[in-house]
Design a binder for this molecule. Structure first.
Ligand code: NAP
Length: 302
């Protein structure tokens, strides 16, 4: 079955693109490998998206997904492994073995959490080392945990964890935070949060489970016993498998014009995986509409 448009990634960019495509009558399939709603579902609270003073990221993500389905988009939970450009048709090959064909494809694959690159980090994933406090925080109820990072994700994670855990260490490599002052002040007011600034995590300790972290900074190294470490040091794109179709910048982001067109006719890019200055929920949504409108134009006039 040939789709007009296949959207790789069911986050805010992909779901917005689906709404626009469906409203133009295009047969649309969204393929998501993890959670429809994308990265925003990891945010305990979203307070900077117009229309909601405050809303849980999961609720907002669910609403976006429902809207796309309501408009008639189809959805598949699967991982896209490759896209083969056969001119008029693009073959989208998935991990399950399914192959879908589309006349146009929007890659809205988002970005994956950046890792610390420490020995044992991969082994301890799910055994103490986590990348999403909304998803995994509840497993550490009453325990001591650490959060690494200085952006809004780390600060929001720390606020959430401080309400569940006995003690939360916030470790950041600089002496000031990149995230909002409001969140920093909220954390300062908590009795169970300790900031460790100008410091880096230099080792993970433990066998089958995380037992603690080694933190180096301010002229020394200390061991902090924690059963959970939430790594929130940003995200990076994961577009290597689509490299032949895209022009990637040195950091791996896809280059495109404001219309989200790539070097390959019929292939568009949107959201956090696109090279741009501002990566916010609002700019992901903006990309989704621009990419969909460009794809609709491509479908109607080529
Ligand atoms: P971010 O803003 O890029 O912050 C990443 C943090 O990790 C920075 O503090 C950075 O340190 C630190 N870092 C990076 N690499 C590191 C490494 N190798 N070792 C140790 N620390 C490292 O990422 P984010 O917090 O995920 O946020 C991404 C975007 O989403 C931001 O624009 C943010 O405002 C937005 N966001 C919004 C909401 C919301 O409104 N609900 C929630 C979460 C995120 P430096 O500061 O030294 O560079």
């Amino acid at each position: 079955m040939m789709y007009d448009l296949i959207i790789v990634g069911g986050g805010p960019a992909g779901l917005t693109a689906a709404v626009y495509a469906r409203r133009a009558g295009k047969k649309t399939l969204i393929i998501e490998k993890d959670t429809f709603g994308g990265q925003i579902t990891w945010s305990p609270k979203v307070e900077n998206f117009p229309s909601h003073v405050s809303i849980a990221g999961m609720e907002l993500g669910d609403a976006m997904f429902s809207q796309a389905l309501e408009q008639g988009a189809e959805a598949e939970l699967d991982e896209v492994l490759s896209i083969e450009d056969e001119g008029v048709a693009k073959k989208v090959v998935c991990a399950s073995g399914s192959v879908f064909e589309g006349k146009a494809v929007i890659i809205a694959a988002g970005a994956k959490p950046r890792t610390l690159g420490l020995e044992g980090e991969q082994r301890l994933q799910g055994s103490g080392v986590c990348y999403c406090a909304v998803c995994d925080g509840a497993f550490f109820k009453g325990q001591d945990v650490a959060v690494n990072g200085g952006g809004n994700s780390a600060l929001q994670d720390a606020v959430l964890l401080s309400e569940i855990c006995r003690k939360v260490y916030v470790i950041h490599r600089r002496d000031s935070f990149r995230g909002e002052d409001r969140l920093v002040e909220a954390l300062r007011a908590k009795g169970n949060v300790e900031f460790i600034l100008s410091a880096r995590i230099t080792a993970l300790k433990g066998g089958d489970e995380l037992e603690g972290i080694e933190v180096t900074g301010n002229g020394g190294t200390r061991f902090i016993p924690v059963s959970g470490l939430f790594v929130a040091i940003g995200h990076e794109p994961d577009l290597g498998k689509f490299e032949a179709l895209l022009k990637l910048d040195p950091r791996g982001y896809a280059e495109s014009g404001e219309d989200c067109m790539t070097k390959t006719p019929g292939i568009f890019v949107a959201g956090d995986c696109r090279k741009k200055g501002v990566r916010q929920l609002t700019t992901a949504v903006s990309d989704g509409s621009a990419a969909a409108l460009a794809a609709i134009d491509y479908l109607d006039f080529t």
